[in-house]
Design a protein around this ligand. Structure first.
Ligand SMILES: N[C@@H](CCC(=O)N[C@@H](CS)C(=O)NCC(=O)O)C(=O)O
Length: 260
């Protein structure tokens, strides 16, 4: 189970939320005591509590003692369709200076130790632009979200936290500071670049505790469709195309089905 996947002991505190939030370089985030919450089992507040507040929320500054009154969390992979933490508001938009790449290996959610799947991370790229969803967490939602994401993203996924500037699609002139989970080349699960056909093959062949790797790819492609024509992700599109080309090889033929 997930317990075996716990990172090496001696972990030091991971994500700190202060005037600017960061995980100290090299930190192995500490897994909170108690059973590892399997993603998808997190409590969901009622829709009313998750619906945006009546007045558009201001991006409240962190309070003086560093205890956040509100925090924005930027999702650009599975967080786009399955945040699984309570939030008060959400915005579709983008971050500049980063490109999304299927360069992070995953041996828990969408793969196994024997057959690691591929999930996304952010690559620093001056010309890059990555679309996703920013979620606003307030009050007690902040610690709940960070505790949950520390396990799902950091401990189980090898992601670190990074501060990014998020541009809401509707108000790009009012950018927000947000926390993003980024898998750097230094993390043990990092796989790095590969031809899109090879990535597609890996995605077609892998599954993990959260489901098939193909579902992960297609849900992200769905989201990008919803963002409209101005949101392009050539890397993602090339992998989806490669999957479409290869799928017949992975799909049983009539004869094979007849043998089932
Ligand atoms: N940090 C990125 C990527 C997150 C991501 O895909 N993380 C994996 C961990 S390896 C995950 O949570 N997967 C859950 C799932 O695949 O449903 C995001 O903001 O969405």
């Amino acid at each position: 189970g997930a317990a075996q996947l716990e990172r090496p002991s001696g972990a030091r505190p991971g994500v700190r939320v202060g005037r600017s939030f960061r995980a100290r370089a090299g930190d192995q985030p500490r897994r909170p005591p108690g059973p590892v919450p399997v993603p998808g089992t997190m409590k969901q507040e009622t829709a009313a509590q998750n619906s945006p507040p009546a007045s558009p929320p201001s991006s409240q500054p962190l309070s003086e003692d560093g205890d956040p009154q509100a925090l924005w969390i930027f999702g650009y992979g599975s967080l786009v369709w399955r945040p699984d933490f309570a939030y008060s508001d959400s915005r579709v938009g983008f971050v500049r200076g980063y490109s999304r790449r299927f360069w992070q290996g995953d041996t828990f959610h969408r793969g196994s130790d024997k057959m690691p799947g591929r999930v996304v991370t952010l690559l620093e790229d001056r010309e890059g632009c990555t679309w996703g969803v920013a979620y606003q967490v307030q009050g007690e939602q902040v610690s709940e979200a960070l505790k949950y994401l520390n396990v799902r993203e950091a401990v189980l996924g090898g992601y670190d936290t990074k501060e990014v500037t998020f541009y809401p699609q509707d108000t790009p002139d009012q950018p927000l500071k947000a926390l993003a989970y980024v898998a750097t080349p230094q993390n043990p699960g990092y796989l790095g670049p590969a031809p899109e056909e090879a990535i597609a093959t890996q995605i077609l062949a892998c599954r993990g505790f959260s489901g098939h790797n193909l579902e992960y790819l297609l849900r992200l492609a769905d989201f990008m469709q919803l963002c409209g024509p101005q949101a392009q992700d050539e890397h993602l599109a090339a992998i989806v195309d490669a999957v479409g080309t290869m799928l017949p090889c992975f799909c049983p033929t009539e004869q094979a089905l007849a043998l089932v």
